[in-house]
Ligand binder design. Sequence first.
Ligand code: SAH
Ligand code: SF4
Ligand code: F3S
Length: 454
Amino acid sequence: MNRVFIKTYGCQMNERDSEAVGALLRARGYCIVASEEEADVVLLNTCSVRDQAEQKALGKAGRLLRAKRTAAANGTQAPLLGIIGCMAQNKGHALVDSLPDLDLIVGTQKFHQVPTHLDHIMESLRGLGPRPSTIIDIAEEEGSQNAINGHAPGRRVSAFVSVMQGCDMHCSYCIVPHTRGAERSRRMEDIVAEVRALAAAGTREVTLLGQIVNRYGAKEFRSSGGKSPFAQLLEKVHAVEGVERVRFTSPHPTAFRRDIVECFRDLPKLCEHIHLPVQSGSDRMLRAMRRPYTRERFLRTVDALRDACPQMCFSTDIIVGFPGETDADFAETLALFDEVRFDMAFIFKYSTRSGTAAAALGDTVPREVKEARNNMLLERLGAFSLARNQSLVGTEQEVLVEGRARRGEGVFMGRNRGNRKVLFPGTADMEGRLLPVRISRATTTVVFGDVVKH
Ligand code: SAH
Ligand code: SF4
Ligand code: F3S
């Protein structure tokens, strides 16, 4: 009764949290398994950012609970079910109304309690205590760091490192400040120690994670020599021996100052890809979204980054159909999209989140209009992405080899510095190495090539 399967929805923070919860559980004698069929316990680490994300996890939970009831009726045992993460934090006790047979609900600030709660349930199953009804632990902890920073065992060529939690921005559409709490940063020494340990275990690339990662330490630490705490952190992580690549996500256009632009010029391990969510190209919409920058300011940041680093690849997030978005507003988003020529983008149809400021504005843009705007952006994105990939054909790209590709015998996968997926014939000894790959063919989503032997 100690096999746990963790299914992750949502963003990279959630992926990182799932890994850390897994490490805590392992330390307590649980075994993390790769599928629900092998599991005694299923944990869904959930996302609340859009209704669709919640519905996905709720649908899954509903199916698992039905299976559990059927099993109970047949006298067999189906896995226990826990909902953890953002939707647990967001919906809390209300989850039990729709899913009364849940065993466990744990919010984002209580991840460290997951093993203790599971122990408790397991003991009751062994007859060592009363069977608890659904355990709910979503209390917010003042100043909590939710200090769970363990990693999965074995080598990870590329690893996420969480540098901060929470968000204080309160964009009008967004539930994250509610699900993740106030912004708080980890100590630089702790982050660097974690990166050192990863490097010693074979990690070659680290991605620093935060909701607004460039605001790292803005509350806790001082600027020094014109360098913000985030720029200082980048320098320290960059200096760790064994780490060959550094990335971060997501920065906010507002706090994107000169010192960070200069890091791209001065720190060779910092890869030339940046995910810079713009949300809209219309100043009117940006104001309504409470994004404190203008279209012009965003474009100047893009220019500054391209000046510092001509090869820079850009990706972004865009919301279509925010309440009150007109054709004219959307035309400005399209124009901005064309001007920057984003290499990658996540386009989201606006989804009302109750409890946010924008919820009071209603959901005024019809579904078909959102759909049409979404498709127009996707079409352009496909063209830009293909053009960028085709421009790589014939060039030699530095690729960090992550491992076997999911498909194809002897095919390996890695990424170039611009974060493009590269597939090539390889061997297991290549894993974790930086190798030159000559690109021979491109599609919209990946490029193909062969390792160059110098
Ligand atoms: N902290 C990150 C974003 C995290 S949420 C940042 O600000 O950069 C990821 C993306 O989800 C956001 O950038 C936004 O584009 C989208 N999103 C957030 N709330 C949304 C909503 N209510 N409807 C649609 N998309 C939303
Ligand atoms: Fe949400 Fe805005 Fe914070 Fe990003 S910056 S997590 S979009 S409130
Ligand atoms: Fe991430 Fe979704 Fe939570 S985007 S922070 S998992 S609400």
